[in-house]
Design a protein around this ligand. Structure first.
Ligand SMILES: Cc1ncc(COP(=O)(O)O)c(C=O)c1O
Length: 409
């Protein structure tokens, strides 16, 4: 089988319209190059848990203390997910109920802050997430965010600026995390600055947490009061969120998730998180995580060779951000031309000016089994697509993707 297909006969008989939608999406994923930095291909075992009868179960509360009857298997799923998360990340406490990364951040704020508190986080023009103070998001509406940036020349976090802003604004919390920062943050420096001004330190590790699981990135767990994460990026689990913290914050975090910000947990997703944590604990996942970072390094270098201005001069992670201006296009135009050529990625803010660049990642293509030769080939396809040779590139991109089927042949 070249693409994974839903339990087709049944769905097709009952709802052909939706069967076509799901088959179309499976085909799209299998025949174009998935370089969206926040995406990956979960395993068939994760998909099986997501499509299991636990999807039917209501389980408000926590294992052993639910508001609903019949929770013995829901409890077993959640206990396994929590234990596996704790073991994988060496955390004293884990909460696996957040429905998403944003829900995890909301719960972290709810546990530690009061409306109106000052929070220091990466400014959105530099790669901060919506939950780091966007006026369009609850965070910007309910808290007083101060934004730190990155050095315009190097693209690296300016820790001196973080310290100065912390001293000036005395925030209640400092957030370290980004949607596009391609380097490892200095968690120990954030911890020192937070301690100096008496702030909580929240690490929003939505992006690097999978690399952390595989030992390919430093862990924020020993430094941060609370770590927020997603489970669906490099970690390769179901779409969802997670919180890790020291025992002293456990009760506050749990209450902040349920009943403060969420109702019933999604037990099928929690079972799928447990499956993903089990997979991530295996040696093969460590190999995978290191390959993701190695592929990103090679792709970043190859893109730089083709004229892309790669932010920070490269990457330590799965993430690459780059300015395609030297190839005659801005980020949105590049994304459009690449999409027409079957190469799927995002635009992102750049650390200087007001033009947007492109953001891409190697998690999905590495899951497919692609390696360094394919990264060089992909960089070549980028340059051709931006020169306007979409039709030819599209055929090549499809052939490359189909040579590495995400769910086997
Ligand atoms: C740093 C960061 N925080 C939070 C989130 C939110 O995750 P979700 O889209 O699951 O709400 C993301 C998502 O990409 C992120 O990159």
């Amino acid at each position: 089988m070249s693409v994974i297909t839903p339990p087709t006969d049944l769905l097709r008989q009952q709802d052909p319209q939706m069967a076509d939608v799901l088959a179309g999406e499976a085909q799209r994923q299998a025949t174009t190059l998935q370089l969206v930095a926040a995406e990956n291909f979960t395993s068939p075992a994760v998909l099986a848990a997501l499509g299991s009868p636990l999807a039917n179960k209501y389980a408000e509360g926590y294992p052993g203390n639910r508001y609903h009857g019949g929770c013995e298997y829901a409890d077993a799923a959640e206990r396994a997910a929590v234990e596996r998360a704790r073991a994988l990340f060496g955390a004293e406490h884990a909460n696996v109920q957040p429905h998403s990364g944003s829900a995890a951040v909301l719960a972290a704020y709810a546990a530690l802050l009061r409306p109106g508190d000052t929070v220091l986080a990466m400014g959105l023009p530099y790669g901060g997430h919506l939950t780091h103070g966007s006026p369009a998001n609850f965070s910007g509406r309910w808290f007083d965010f101060v934004g730190y940036g990155v050095d315009a020349e190097t693209g690296l976090i300016d820790y001196h600026q973080v310290q100065q802003l912390a001293r000036t604004h005395r925030p209640k919390a400092i957030v370290c995390g980004s949607i596009s920062y391609p380097r490892h943050p200095e968690y120990s420096v954030f911890r020192e600055i937070a301690d100096e001004v008496g702030a909580y330190f929240i690490a929003d590790a939505a992006h690097p947490i999978g690399l952390v699981a595989g030992g390919a990135a430093p862990s924020p767990v020993p430094y941060a009061d609370v770590v927020c994460a997603t489970t669906h990026k490099v970690l390769r689990g179901p779409r969802g969120g997670m919180l890790l913290c020291a025992a002293e914050f456990a009760e506050r975090i749990d209450r902040a998730v349920f009943p403060f910000t969420q109702g019933g947990a999604q037990m099928h997703t929690i079972a799928a998180k447990a499956v993903a944590f089990g997979e991530a604990a295996r040696p093969a996942f460590a190999t995978y995580a290191h390959r993701v970072a190695a592929n990103a390094r090679v792709l970043a270098e190859a893109l730089a060779d083709r004229g892309f201005a790669v932010t920070t001069g490269g990457t330590d992670t799965h993430l690459i951000t780059a300015d395609p201006a030297a190839l005659g296009v801005d980020g949105p135009a590049a994304r459009g031309r690449l999409a027409a050529a079957g190469i799927v990625l995002d635009t992102c803010a750049l650390p200087y000016g007001d033009q947007r660049g492109i953001r891409l990642g190697t998690a999905a293509v590495t899951t497919q089994g692609m390696g360094e030769p394919e990264m060089a080939r992909i960089a070549g396809l980028f340059a051709e697509a931006l020169r306007g040779e979409a039709a030819g590139v599209r055929a090549e991109a499809a052939a490359l993707a189909q040579g590495f089927p995400p769910y086997g042949r």
